[in-house]
Design a protein around this ligand. Structure first.
Ligand code: SF4
Length: 455
């Protein structure tokens, strides 16, 4: 092929999880994807079904890529839950690869190769970038941020062979508007956390400097340096998505929203100044919040905060390089958010280094005390690329090299105190204890009623 850039046609193909992998969201967990699996009990199955029905997110990188490629003058078509028709030719087909579904994704790649023998088919995403050998079915794998590659380095399809090294990073300010044309926008939802539709996701920053990068995928994937999109650009993104899709709510996919001093206030003031009617949610550390910035964010439409609590045990937190938020501050902020009508979703980890059955029970007890709208308990997982994984490898403690087990719901390393069976039981127990409580039911019902009347 010797085409000029303008003639290149792209297909972006999102492969969805199927069957028992329906409760899968590939954008989450630093782009490695999550596949919730709380166990085989009736209660776990009901909970998984509720989650699969309620939470469905697009992969944001596809939307940014569509925006970038169109801006460069290429033709692009996006496919989700469908295979492109063989009678249309695409020069390049891009698939998103994940840790939780890479076998299925490779099978799809093989089918596409049969159907499109003359196309170049490749994978992108943080997991293929780290483990390209697991995506050998493809013609190429992008080793780095695909957005940066197609914005700064792509000239010709000749570059798309084998392992494609990316030399630059994505400049968040230079990114065009994420283009969701062709996405099944009305099917995306974030219930019950941000229960307004049409719903989409956006990103205002990449990067996180905290020491828990030791075990967290975001640290490796996005680096420690914060790359911020300006307040004006993000507000423009919202305006465009409102015009195009009439969106009612947005969840920001930043690892930690509001890391740059003053951003929270400036962003909220911009939304208020423009009189934008949008509900939005963020993921952040609760020590970045106080009553004043919560007030201004609420006035600008904030209705959800996702917060990583991880553990309440100071010794375990320190051992796992996690800087804990002061308990009294955490409780005060959560109480204040509930009073204002902002949902809080909390994340906890079971089986961290040093955890015992007692400390896990303490974490569950702490979760009950915080009594947030949702609580997610995940199993401590040493992800490839992190310091945690390297440590486990060096200590010869990894129990499996089947990476689809690395979905945060099985213990994949030899733990000093807990066996995989015990961890699975405790995970099950955590969900049962947390959700089957009168205090949780009362809070959930009150929340539902309050939302109905505040519409
Ligand atoms: S603060 Fe959150 S996003 Fe940042 S490294 Fe720690 S766990 Fe990851």
């Amino acid at each position: 092929m010797n085409e000029t850039a303008v003639h290149i046609s792209f297909a972006l193909v999102h492969v969805s999880g199927k069957g028992n992998k329906a409760a899968m969201n590939k954008d989450l967990n630093g782009g490695f994807g999550t596949h919730d699996d709380y166990g085989n009990s009736l209660f776990s199955k009901i909970l998984m079904r509720v989650k699969a029905k309620g939470i469905r997110l697009p992969v944001l990188s596809f939307a940014f890529l569509q925006g970038i490629l169109k801006q460069k003058g290429f033709s692009v078509q996006y496919f989700e839950n469908e295979i492109p028709l063989a009678n249309v030719h695409f020069d390049v087909i891009l698939l998103y690869g994940t840790i939780v579904d890479f076998k299925n994704e490779n099978e799809h790649c093989l089918k596409l190769k049969e159907q499109f023998p003359n196309s170049k088919i490749g994978f992108f995403g943080p997991f293929p970038a780290l483990m390209p050998h697991l995506f050998r079915t493809a013609d190429f794998v992008i080793l780095g941020e695909a957005e940066a590659f197609f914005m700064n380095e792509f000239i010709s399809t000749f570059q798309l062979e084998g392992q494609v090294n990316v030399l630059s990073l994505t400049d968040m300010e230079e990114l065009p508007l994420p283009d969701f044309t062709g996405f099944p926008v009305t099917s995306y939802s974030y219930h019950p956390i941000l229960p307004y539709q049409p719903f989409l996701i956006l990103q205002a920053s990449k990067g996180c400097p905290y020491s828990c990068r030791f075990y967290c995928v975001y640290g490796k994937e996005q680096g420690a340096v914060i790359r911020q999109r300006s307040v004006k650009k993000v507000a423009d993104d919202i305006v465009c998505l409102q015009k195009q899709f009439n969106i009612k709510a947005i969840q920001f996919r930043d690892p930690v929203f509001g890391l740059k001093k003053g951003y929270i206030e400036e962003f909220s003031e911009e939304l208020i100044k423009r009189k934008l009617k949008i509900y939005w949610g963020i993921e952040t550390r609760l020590d970045l919040l106080n009553e004043q910035n919560i007030d201004i964010m609420y006035n600008a439409g904030l209705r959800n905060i996702n917060a990583g609590i991880e553990t309440s045990d100071k010794i375990i937190a320190k051992r796992n390089k996690r800087l804990l938020v002061d308990e009294s501050h955490q409780e005060k902020i959560i109480r204040y958010c509930k009073k204002k009508g902002i949902n809080v979703s909390a994340f906890y980890i079971i089986g961290m280094e040093g955890d015992t059955e007692l400390t896990v029970m303490n974490t569950i007890a702490y979760a009950k005390r915080l009594n947030t709208l949702t609580a997610r308990f995940a199993v401590s997982t040493p992800y490839p690329g992190t310091g945690y994984y390297t440590q486990m490898q060096m200590q010869n403690r990894l129990l499996t090299d089947d990476f689809e087990q690395y979905g945060q719901f099985s213990l994949v390393f030899r733990h000093e105190h807990l066996s995989p069976v015990i961890v699975k039981k405790m995970l099950n127990k955590a969900y049962r204890i947390y959700y089957l409580r009168a205090r949780f039911t009362a809070m959930f019902l009150m929340n539902t009623v309050r939302r109905k009347f505040s519409k």
